[in-house]
Design a protein around this ligand. Structure first.
Ligand SMILES: [Zn+2]
Length: 241
């Protein structure tokens, strides 16, 4: 429903997109924050049993050989899923989505968890809106313009939105050290850091971002790794090369 809100889904086809995986992981992290990674493949596959959710197999097959338990296999075997036409007709309207979202949250989550899920859904929609704003600005846009935009968003949304914008901008490239930006099963392997620290200029333009693996991010934050004026990675002590 968050992807419908952001306009990313506009057909009766829910693809196993990077954004869907990311959103699932964020909700999972709120509900089960015990370092147990979520696995979107399980609900995506098993929702079939509820009757309204239909997986679309690749290669014109009509069924799946055996139970699917990994994202890699899900992506290999399915294009995505479609809903019953009636449900799709309902879910297209924002008013109905808001109502359905409330019913789902109240039916399936305990009273203590509900506010966390609601908050995450608001953050998700804000994150998407902020990152799209950042990405559609021309690369030579001025920092001041981005600043006035950022004021409209909460810090958590700015953080996640900046990260999404940088990772999207880098998605066909590699992080600074050569780590793939996305793992084979569609998880994001990298984080995003500001080249000029946010505390100095509040510059969230993607051009001020760099995609880093977790190890490099730590090295970067500790000042052991830097980016030169020419946007080349450099070590501060290594001025000769
Ligand atoms: Zn790295």
């Amino acid at each position: 429903m968050d992807l419908f809100d952001s306009g990313e889904i506009s057909l009766n086809l829910v693809e196993i997109s990077d954004d869907l995986v990311e959103l699932f992981d964020r909700y999972w992290g709120r509900v089960l924050p015990f370092n147990r990674p979520g696995n979107l493949a399980l609900p995506f596959y098993h929702l079939r049993g509820d009757g309204f959710w239909h997986l679309i197999p690749r290669y014109g097959r009509s069924s799946f050989g055996s139970q699917i338990t990994s994202l890699t296999r899900l992506r290999e075997e399915a294009i995505g899923a479609r809903m019953d036409e009636e449900l799709y007709g309902l879910i297209e309207s924002k008013e109905n989505r808001d109502r359905l979202r409330s019913v789902l949250i109240e039916t399936y989550f305990s009273p203590e968890i509900r506010p966390l899920v609601v908050e995450q859904s608001i953050t998700n929609r804000g994150t998407f809106a902020y990152s799209e704003e950042l990405l559609k600005r021309p690369e030579d846009s001025r920092v001041e313009e981005t600043l006035s935009l950022a004021e409209a968003y909460r810090p958590a949304i700015r953080d996640q939105g900046f990260r999404r914008a940088v990772v999207t901008a880098y998605s066909h490239r590699r992080a600074l050290c050569g780590i793939r930006v996305r793992t084979l099963d569609g998880h994001t392997a990298v984080t995003a850091a500001h080249i000029v620290p946010w505390s100095e200029t509040q510059d969230d333009r993607p051009a001020n971002g760099v995609a880093l693996c977790r190890m490099c991010h730590w090295t970067f934050d500790e000042g052991l790794l830097g980016v030169s004026q020419e946007y080349e990675s450099s070590l501060p002590s290594n001025s000769g090369s």
